[in-house]
Write a protein that binds this ligand. Structure first.
Ligand SMILES: Nc1ncnc2c1ncn2[C@@H]1O[C@H](COP(=O)(O)OP(=O)(O)OP(=O)(O)O)[C@@H](O)[C@H]1O
Ligand SMILES: [Mg+2]
Length: 272
């Protein structure tokens, strides 16, 4: 049987670049090689796409990059589905049947890369462009969930502007929401830029921090309880994973805890 040519993208122009390296290493080591020929494409933090043929360990510890790697571009010509490898003044075509964007955060999970794959006419793994864009933006996730009758935490969204008055925003939060509050960049992941605040002093700091990651913030009331997660994959026939549960001794499941789990434990299946 002919093997499927799978182009796996890792890294990315995102502050979750390192998270992607770890995800990609895990996936590369588990791809069934009897079914797939894997083409590895690393995207640097500044957005260069490079064809990579080294070992997985170097991806995991972020030493994969070197000056000898050839630049590649996604072909937007639907008569040729794949990548163009640049080599000095010459180029080479590399066919791809499917793209697996193992990318996190902006430019990876937000519909941008999904849109590019769609334009290129190549199927890709993961949510489509619209779902990705909506799920990446926490304000839109709230709106869409609420419209669908799914309860979410009470929230307020605010956009960075010269007229934004932090004290007025805090007063509005006290009126509509309840302390403690979670302040988040609207578009980000891995808990980066998120703070849990209990008073105005912390609120002011939290707003500044969140705006370092995005020009829009989402502020939510804290939901009492515990956190569960569940993976769903498929198009018509869905495969639903085990429900997992996060137990943490920290104030919340922050960036460090997500990837070190010093004070946290994942229970799978969840104790529900
Ligand atoms: N409203 C809330 N009530 C209680 N805890 C919250 C709330 N919002 C966020 N948290 C805590 O902060 C963590 C990060 O929040 P959230 O999941 O919204 O951010 P994230 O950066 O999108 O993370 P990821 O995309 O990696 O899931 C959660 O795992 C949870 O521990
Ligand atoms: Mg989360």
């Amino acid at each position: 049987m002919k093997k499927t040519k799978l182009a796996l993208l890792f890294g990315g122009k995102s502050n979750e670049y390192t998270v992607s390296l770890h995800s990609a290493s895990a996936i590369i080591q588990n791809v069934p090689t009897e079914k797939f020929d894997v083409i590895l494409i690393g995207i640097t933090k500044d957005g260069k796409w490079l064809l990579y043929d080294g070992d997985v360990e170097s991806i995991n510890n972020d030493t994969w990059y070197n000056d000898n790697l050839n630049q590649v571009m996604l072909s937007m010509d639907n008569d040729f589905k794949g990548f163009i490898k640049l080599n000095g003044n010459s180029f080479e075509k590399i066919e791809a049947d499917v793209i697996f964007p193992v990318l996190h955060g902006k430019n990876g999970e937000d519909g941008t890369i999904q849109g590019m794959c769609q334009m290129a006419g190549i199927p890709y793994v993961g949510c489509n462009m619209t779902s990705s864009a909506i799920c990446m933006d926490k304000e839109f996730t709230h709106i869409v969930c609420e419209m669908a009758g799914i309860k979410t935490a009470p929230f307020i969204a605010a956009v960075k502007s010269s007229t934004l008055n932090t004290k007025h925003l805090y007063d509005e939060c006290l009126q509509k929401l309840s302390l403690p509050l979670f302040i988040k960049p609207a578009n980000n992941g891995s808990s980066l830029g998120i703070s849990k605040v209990r008073n105005y002093e912390q609120f002011e700091k939290g707003i500044v921090e969140a705006f370092e990651f995005d020009s829009k913030v989402v502020i939510e009331s804290m939901i009492e309880g515990f956190e569960i997660g569940c993976a769903v994959i498929g198009n018509e026939n869905l495969i639903i994973g085990e429900v997992d549960e996060v137990e943490t001794k920290n104030d919340f499941f922050d960036y460090v805890e997500k990837y070190t789990q010093h004070n946290s434990k994942i229970h799978c299946p969840a104790r529900i």
